[in-house]
Structures are given as structure tokens and as C-alpha cells.
Design a binder for this molecule. Structure first.
Ligand SMILES: [Cu+2]
Length: 216
């Protein structure tokens, strides 16, 4: 009986030891993980990625926007008034045309359509903004509206400068791309971007995003 009791005690103390060692292991491991996480967070890339996820990173210089069916990557950006930017828009869809309007203030509806078809934002971000066009490739059309287009390397029929064609927007063929170089104008606040191709289907399916423009 003594032997059995001792073995039980041994088992018991072993169990306690296992429990303690597990606890120590877990505490030790989580401390290491926490330290690693802090170290990684403090490294610029991780912090930048974290900030980007939360929309806190302020874009400057070359900023890429990818178009897909039917969304943008990213779908959230943060800009600051006075910052030089080159917005490089690239349509990754193998099959669909996509555009990128930037605006706010609700939508303008197509007066000639019998349903609630929205065709553009009420306010065009690009109104009065000097912009340089570069690296156009497979551009179906670029409506300049009231933007001040300062330079175009190879003007073609794709360039639509006549008034009355809607808000500023490049429409890219599948695989197309274009770069828009400009300085973020003094228009702080929340802006939207969106694609109104194919009778508003793209926008309605999620092809839209938000730009938070911070004051200078
Ligand atoms: Cu689209």
C-alpha cells in the first residue's frame, strides 16, 4: 500500500512538475513571441505594413493602385496636402476595362436612363489640378475634364479633352496602365474613388475606395 501511495505521490509530483514546466514553457515562449513581435513591429517594414492596413501610412512619391474585377488594391489611401505624388494605375483584369474617378458629394445620375444609373461623383477631385500624364499603355480613353494637363508624351485619340464628357478619369483596357504625376491639392477631407464602367455594376460590386487627405 505504501508503494502504491508513493507511486501516486510520484505521479502527482511529476504531474505538478509537468504542469509547472509547461507553464514556464508557455510563459517563456510567449515572452519570446512578444519580444519578437515588438522587434518586428519596430522594424520599419512591419510598422509600415501595419500602418498601411490601418490607413495611417501617408502615401508620397510613387503610389500604385491595381484594378481587378471588381475592386481596387488598395481600397484605402491616406494623402497629405502638398505632397508630390505619382499615381500609377494598372488594370490587372485579363478581360475588363476599368476606370478610376476620384470625387465626392454623392453621385450624378444618368438623366437618359430609366433606372437609378449613377455615372460619376458630384465633385471631381481633379478640377483645377495640374497633372502630368506618363507611361500610358493600353489606355482606352482619358477624360481630362477640368484638370490642367501639363504634359502628355504621346497624345492620341484616347485623349478626350472636349468638355461635357464627365469627370476626369482614365479608362484602361485589360493590362493597361497610366501614371498621373501631381501635387496633392489643398482639398483635405474624405474622398472616394470608383469605377463606373458597365452601368455602375463595377462600383456596386465593390470597385471603390477611400482617400483621406490630411491638411498640410
Ligand atoms: Cu471597373
Amino acid at each position: 500500500m505504501d508503494g502504491e501511495d508513493r507511486s501516486k505521490e510520484t505521479v502527482g509530483s511529476d504531474a505538478v512538475e509537468v504542469d509547472w514546466s509547461r507553464r514556464s514553457f508557455l510563459i517563456g515562449t510567449s515572452s519570446v513571441l512578444a519580444a519578437s513581435a515588438i522587434a518586428l513591429f519596430e522594424s520599419s517594414n512591419i510598422a509600415k505594413a501595419f500602418s498601411a492596413l490601418n490607413g495611417l501610412q501617408v502615401d508620397s512619391g510613387l503610389t500604385k493602385v491595381y484594378q481587378q474585377d471588381y475592386y481596387y488594391i488598395p481600397n484605402q489611401m491616406t494623402w497629405r496636402v502638398g505632397t508630390p505624388m505619382t499615381l500609377h494605375i494598372h488594370n490587372l483584369s485579363p478581360t475588363h476595362f476599368h476606370e478610376m474617378q476620384i470625387g465626392r458629394g454623392g453621385f450624378q445620375r444618368d438623366p437618359n436612363y430609366y433606372t437609378d444609373l449613377r455615372i460619376q461623383f458630384n465633385e471631381d477631385f481633379w478640377d483645377g489640378v495640374p497633372v502630368t500624364i506618363k507611361e500610358e499603355h493600353a489606355v482606352d480613353n482619358l477624360v481630362t475634364n477640368k484638370a490642367i494637363v501639363t504634359s502628355i508624351p504621346k497624345p492620341g485619340p484616347w485623349l478626350i479633352t472636349a468638355p461635357g464628357n464627365g469627370n476626369f478619369s482614365p479608362t484602361l483596357r485589360p493590362g493597361g496602365s497610366i501614371s498621373l504625376t501631381f501635387t496633392v491639392p489643398n482639398k483635405p477631407g474624405i474622398w472616394e474613388y470608383g469605377c463606373f464602367v458597365q452601368g455602375f455594376i463595377h462600383y456596386a460590386d465593390g470597385m471603390k475606395g477611400t482617400i483621406n487627405i490630411l491638411p498640410a
